[in-house]
Design a protein around this ligand. Sequence first.
Ligand SMILES: *Cc1c(COP(=O)(O)O)cnc(C)c1O
Length: 379
Amino acid sequence: MSQLPFIDLGAQRRRLGDRVDEAILKVVNHGAYVMGPEVTELEEKLAEFSGSAHAISCSSGTDALAMILMAKGVGPGDAIICPSFTFAATGEVIAWLGATPIFADCLPDTFNLDPESLKKAILKARELTLKPVGVIAVDLFGQPADYDAIEPICSQEGLWLLCDTAQGFGGTYKGRRTGSIGESAATSFFPAKPLGCYGDGGAIFTDNDALAGIIRSIRNHGQGTDKYDNVRIGMNGRLDTIQAAVLLQKLEIFPDEIEARQLVAQRYNEGLGTQVITPVVADGCVSTWAQYTIRLSAERRAAFAEQLKTEGIPTAIYYPKPMHVQTAYRRFPVAQGGLPVCEKLADEVISLPMHPYLEEETQNRIIDAARAALASEAA
Ligand SMILES: *Cc1c(COP(=O)(O)O)cnc(C)c1O
């Protein structure tokens, strides 16, 4: 049995190869390797694509989150609420700036931030005499979080909303594109994300002109109008011109790839829905399917993964530990009532190969193997 890839970047490469090669070579020859014309062009196209006034490209998704928090001026004494069931970068940047992450629970069906737990996390912050200042919601596995429930809580409590759409860029929430939701949003162009480059990269989105100005300054060492008068503490958070050139090519086929991902997810749902808990997309949402994640009881999951592996089919566990139980993060507070859903999901989730170039025949092989594994365990 041939070994299948979990994410097949080679298939996209075969589709786009010449165009990307030419775009890279053009940068190599024109020589503006840092902040070259492709960077400006990409930012214009990303702003248009997302429907936000400003798109600011940067060095990674993690740096995108961090630069937004730096621009907001967060620090010790501030509490920022985020879900615990996420990639570590979401909470990492909060602690990195000296603020306190307060971890909240997620919903069992969409895996995203539970608005009720968000309220309990705000209570927790006040109980600890910390000042709740903002919320980082995550569009986990590509599905937008429940913004109709989250936004009113933020406005009532006077909190800003930052959307971590590293996995969800390109998705929609009730007609709104991710990137245009919240006061600001951050995405990642890590190669395995739905829109990835050939290295590290990311972007920040906002409609707020003042915030955008500060972030652009932070991205370049806190530069003011005079290049050698740094007006604030910044960093080097720029995206390489070569990566911008790659992304310009990939952005052109991105809508088509998002469509293809819907078809792949639908085939999985049809093939597996009667046997296992398949992912739920809320009404009015379009997921980018960064991951296709099913749930099995904790006892069955290891055997399932093992059997698929013997058939050459890779699986992955995103995430085996929620943040609040990890070594570096267990000292931080959690929402009142604890995070039972995050803990249960970490024991039960398993993701199947997912990318826009998964052909029907290959996918049937995965579905058949998964069904056989599920049936043999049940027996
Ligand atoms: C990947 C990811 C990040 C970080 O992006 P990098 O580009 O790898 O730094 C942040 N948040 C979430 C939810 C992610 O999946």
